[in-house]
Design a protein around this ligand. Structure first.
Ligand SMILES: *[C@@H]1O[C@H](CO)[C@@H](O)[C@H](O)[C@H]1NC(C)=O
Ligand SMILES: *[C@@H]1O[C@H](CO)[C@@H](O)[C@H](O)[C@H]1NC(C)=O
Ligand SMILES: *[C@@H]1O[C@H](CO)[C@@H](O)[C@H](O)[C@H]1NC(C)=O
Ligand SMILES: *[C@@H]1O[C@H](CO)[C@@H](O)[C@H](O)[C@H]1NC(C)=O
Ligand SMILES: *[C@@H]1O[C@H](CO)[C@@H](O)[C@H](O)[C@H]1NC(C)=O
Length: 281
């Protein structure tokens, strides 16, 4: 399930002998995992002279068919080439670490008579998962109508910082409605090179947010498609108990009608509940 960055060289179109060159690798990889960098090219019947792989501008692997053995590794700190998984189109690095984040380049040269050369590069990020699971804090757990709910979510010590998103009753807040404020902060530990993400959420406890008296608040921490963890809490609606005026039907027995009342105030809500109760009799 890797998302591949795909670069197709355009300046070479029309040049005979080396076409459709691209470098393929995941956008991000976990520290300690294996990184596979593929270099695709079409020599169009020309012979391959060499393929070279670089981290930044430093070469670490070369494949030259005419040499014996054809594969050669150049020592570069932190890079462990797995020769058994490397050839003329692929180089595999074992146990990559965070400082190998950066650009990787592949340079292909065709053999005589044209010696065409082309190169392409692409970035990769070596991530460190957050040291701790996301933490969710609220000031209190019970809210009366229109009180402010304030919550903080923290995802500690990662590289790069996890993205934090909020869900209310399993629904993701994408563009924040006017009554909801989200403030994100980044704390950077320069010594360890790790980042802590903090997100502060503030919203009004509207009755419509509570389903059967409860609001489920979730904070989701993600890093690309590699890390996904969440923390959640159930907040309670602090409402005076309504006397059973309309028979046995409880006021909280219509979650569907209540869920759609996100903008009504408390009075309107109770009126609606009563109306629904009357209609359902
Ligand atoms: C190379 O590119 C051409 C045109 O851009 C395309 O028709 C062809 O299928 C490509 N070949 C490969 C092997 O991707
Ligand atoms: C290089 O290795 C990759 C993966 O191990 C494989 O898919 C590919 O066919 C190999 N290429 C050549 C030219 O042997
Ligand atoms: C959230 O963080 C802010 C700033 O650190 C702090 O002032 C506030 O008390 C925190 N709120 C909660 C609910 O933890
Ligand atoms: C966070 O989200 C942004 C926007 O969707 C994305 O560009 C970025 O790569 C994400 N970062 C991480 C660490 O997942
Ligand atoms: C939160 O985590 C729990 C347990 O891992 C999982 O069942 C649930 O689907 C997650 N929720 C979201 C919104 O990702």
């Amino acid at each position: 399930m890797h998302v591949y960055i795909f670069f197709v060289i355009s300046i070479l179109s029309g040049v005979w002998g080396l076409r459709n060159m691209s470098v393929r690798m995941p956008v991000a990889v976990r520290a300690g995992d294996r990184l596979r960098i593929a270099c695709d090219y079409d020599l169009e019947n020309a012979a391959l002279y060499s393929v070279k792989f670089y981290q930044g501008d430093t070469e670490f692997y070369r494949f030259v068919p005419k040499e014996s053995p054809p594969s050669r590794v150049f020592p570069l700190e932190g890079i462990q080439v797995d020769l058994s998984r490397s050839n003329s189109t692929v180089v595999t690095l074992d146990k990559v670490q965070r400082d190998l984040t950066g650009y990787y380049k592949c340079k292909v040269s065709a053999d005589a008579p044209y010696f065409h050369t082309a190169e392409q590069s692409a970035p990769v990020i070596v991530i460190e998962e957050p040291l701790l699971l996301p933490r969710l804090n609220v000031e209190k757990s019970k809210y009366s109508a229109n009180e402010r709910i304030r919550a903080n979510c923290t995802s500690e010590a990662a590289f790069p910082a996890a993205n934090l998103t909020w869900l209310i009753n399993h629904i993701q807040l994408r563009e924040n409605p006017p009554a909801i404020r989200v403030h994100n902060r980044l704390l950077i530990d320069k010594l360890r090179g790790l980042e802590t993400a903090v997100s502060m959420l503030e919203l009004e406890a509207r009755p419509g947010y509570f389903v059967e008296g409860k609001l489920k608040l979730t904070c989701l921490a993600t890093q690309y498609n590699l890390y996904k963890r969440n923390a959640s809490l159930l907040l309670q609606e602090d409402t005076p108990q309504l006397a059973p005026v309309m028979g046995a039907t409880a006021p909280h027995s219509h979650p569907e009608s209540r869920a759609s009342l996100l903008t009504t105030d408390c009075t309107a809500l109770w009126l609606t509940v009563l109306t629904v109760t009357v209609l359902s009799r």
